[in-house]
Design a protein around this ligand. Structure first.
Ligand code: BJ8
Length: 420
């Protein structure tokens, strides 16, 4: 079937969808393809973006036709392993584009995080085939904005919401474990498949392999000069949310082989450039602005402490245990390690940022949050003072998906880079 036929069947607003895709090639050329000395194996990820609503949407559409459930998600707390074990697929739906925000503002307040508005806007404007192909959306009660948005979203699509603990203590872990058991039962009912020890173990191993590939990629970025730019590494993380798990892992491993050679030969993307750690809110596709501006100012981003970065791959799920119960417990424990600002207290995050600053041999930290994201904005004030005490140069930045503040960001970043 022609892809336009698929889009039509999924209820996409074809005219506006054409408009949305029209701008992409030019922006992509400027931000990614114009970079000098890019790893050749970025070509796979370039192809994925060039066909962003094509091949993968077709795959998902066909899976859905076969009766496999497609679960649209908005948070790294939704356990992909459980979905895979039931024969389903997880697709990250976090929106990183400005385009559908006016559609969202018909329902949601303007003073709301752009990630929430963009994600919601894509759904109500019928501009995202991933939203349309999803059998159900899985929300999670993390920040207040998302929590309340899911209530309105459920008027437009089936939504299952996972409850989240707020505190990481034993009770919190127990509560979270119970939520995972409920989620497992929900996914089993949706798919009509029972999750067995074998299917869950296999899913854990596959997702662990994806995380391991990522870990290697980030390890390689510790070298000086960095073998890959920050914007390319971040693009890979963005694609991880919707690509096929096994194919993606293979492609990242292939890229890692090329990067290993680069490291051996002392080849990199930006010699003697200041090395920056960006810590903060996720940067979903196509929110490429911040890393592009930082690198255009002459620095190189070597690590992102974010859910489109280290928070995505750091937790490895243990395969120890004899039954499904044990494995679910392992998933609960591993996922609770995620250092999201919605938890209180979250002191381990500042320690983690300091550790990463040292390990990635950085010259400065940019604490970044999307506008109106209270959990990260508040936490960053505290982290900024801690970094100062440690003598670590830090810059706090806040932005959204618009282009309006690019010049202002440039000025602030340039001044910061001169000071380090
Ligand atoms: S685990 S960071 S993916 S909740 S940026 S929508 S927090 S107002 S995305 Fe997140 Fe899960 Fe945490 Fe990660 Fe709210 Fe902040 Fe917006 Fe955010």
């Amino acid at each position: 079937m022609d892809i336009r036929e698929i889009w039509k069947e999924l209820g996409i607003d074809l005219e506006r969808h054409d408009e949305l895709l029209e701008a992409l090639p030019e922006v992509y050329e400027e931000i990614f393809l114009s970079q000098e000395n890019r790893p050749e194996r970025m070509s796979y990820f370039d192809e994925v973006v060039a066909d962003i609503h094509g091949a993968r949407v077709r795959e998902l559409y066909e899976m859905r036709q076969e009766g496999k459930p497609i679960l649209g998600t908005f948070c790294v707390y939704v356990p992909e392993e459980i979905v895979l074990a039931a024969g389903g697929v997880c697709v990250g739906l976090c929106g990183g584009a400005e385009f559908p925000i006016p559609d969202a503002e018909k329902y949601l307040p303007r003073d709301l995080c752009p990630l929430i508005k963009s994600s919601f806007g894509f759904l109500v404007s019928r501009l995202c085939p991933y939203c349309q192909v999803a059998t159900v959306i899985v929300g999670e009660n993390t920040c207040d904005g998302k929590k309340k948005m899911y209530e309105i979203m459920s008027e437009h699509k089936d939504v299952y919401v996972m409850e989240m603990p707020q505190v990481k203590d034993e009770e919190g872990l127990e509560y979270w474990h119970e939520q995972l058991i409920k989620f497992k039962e929900f996914v089993e009912e949706l798919s009509g498949n029972e999750i067995t020890y074998e299917s869950l173990l296999d899913a854990i191993e596959r997702v662990n392999a994806k995380r391991e590939a990522f870990r290697k990629l980030y390890e390689l970025r510790k070298h000086d000069p960095a073998p890959i730019s920050g914007r390319d590494a971040n693009l890979i993380a963005q694609i991880a949310f919707y690509d096929d798990v096994d194919r993606f892992t293979e492609k990242v491993n292939e890229l890692n082989e090329e990067l290993e050679k680069r490291v051996e030969e002392g080849e990199g993307v930006a010699e003697e450039a200041p090395r920056i750690l960006v810590a903060g809110t996720p940067m979903p596709i196509p929110h490429w602005k911040l890393l592009y501006v930082v690198e255009s100012c002459g620095a190189v981003v070597v690590c992102e402490e974010s859910c489109t970065g280290t928070r995505y791959f750091e937790r490895e799920v243990s395969t120890e245990g004899d039954d499904v119960e044990d494995l679910i417990k392992n998933i609960a424990e591993a996922y609770m390690e995620t250092k999201c600002a919605i938890f209180t207290p979250n002191d381990e995050r500042v320690k983690d940022i300091i550790k990463k600053y040292k390990e990635w041999n950085c010259d400065g930290v940019i604490l970044y949050n999307l506008k109106f994201c209270q959990p990260y904005a508040v936490e960053h004030s505290k982290i900024e003072s801690r970094l100062r005490e440690e003598g670590i140069p830090a810059l706090k930045l806040e932005s959204d998906y618009s282009e309006e503040d690019v010049e202002q960001l440039k000025t602030r970043i340039e001044t910061f880079l001169e000071s380090i």
